[in-house]
Design a protein around this ligand. Structure first.
Ligand code: PGA
Length: 246
């Protein structure tokens, strides 16, 4: 039985006082019988680490460099994230693929860099609405995952995978449990062909997960938790979602 994982993706939201209130609220609301983490903006990682000393809630970042170190102005390495105690880093979020033109290979290289420093990459895959309507959903997510499998080889079992249909992110449109489960099953099968650990790996669903739809999504056989955007910014909503995973 896979333990569920719920990860809050704060994106570019927050400030010191709002973050302190949110984290205090979450500590108060937990613990849950699920793994819970928040992925916060870089400048707030150190304070988040101080706020979450009990380790009941893990923390991480939303991106990392594929490079080890050096003259890469503005980049943050996975070694730095490890130094700050990050447990997770999101890589290949569709917003980065779209706005920063991140390729499948770059995402795979970032995942590799994270693993090299003991930070678990949460690798995001997902199709756009145009791709779904053209019947290309499987093709797209399999291509995105294939790059990661090819690059990580025997380490692929160490990642967390997240299926995030682009059309469902921040739109209020959620994939139905059936739609999400169908893609998760495809991804699980692809992982099974690559590693014996596939059945123990967690595949999260992300895209407008809310308190009122989380339980149905998490009840699906291959959905092992969620990557939560908007609803992760409200203590009450996020804690209901964590409870739904418990
Ligand atoms: P959303 O974002 O829950 O606001 O749709 C999810 C994500 O982008 O990870």
């Amino acid at each position: 039985m896979r333990k569920k994982l719920v990860v809050g993706n704060w994106k570019m939201h927050g400030n010191r006082s709002a973050n302190a209130a949110l984290l205090a609220g979450l500590k108060e609301a937990g613990p849950w019988n699920a793994d819970v983490a928040v992925c916060v903006p870089f400048p707030y990682i150190a304070e988040t680490a101080l706020a979450l000393t009990s380790q009941a809630i893990a923390f991480g970042a939303q991106d990392c460099s594929a490079q080890e170190q050096g003259a890469f102005t503005g980049e943050v390495s996975s070694a730095m994230l490890a130094d700050l105690g990050c447990r997770y880093v999101i890589v290949g979020h569709s917003e980065r693929r779209a706005y920063h033109h991140e390729s499948d290979q770059l995402v795979a290289d970032k995942a590799k860099a994270a693993l090299a420093h003991g930070v678990t990459p949460i690798v995001c895959v997902g199709e756009t609405l145009v791709e779904r309507e053209a019947g290309q959903t499987e093709l797209v997510v399999k291509r995105q995952l294939a790059a990661v499998i090819h690059t990580l080889t025997h380490c692929i079992g160490e990642i967390v995978l997240a299926y995030e249909p682009v059309w469902a992110i921040g739109t209020g449109l959620t994939a139905s449990p059936e739609q999400a489960q169908a893609v998760h099953a495809v991804l699980r099968k692809q992982l099974q062909a690559a590693t014996q650990k596939a059945d123990a790996m967690r595949i999260l669903y992300g895209g407008s997960v809310k308190p009122d739809n989380a339980a149905q999504l998490f009840a699906c056989a291959d959905i092992d938790g969620g990557l939560i955007g908007g609803a992760a910014l409200k203590t009450a909503d996020f804690s209901v979602i964590c409870r739904a995973a418990s």
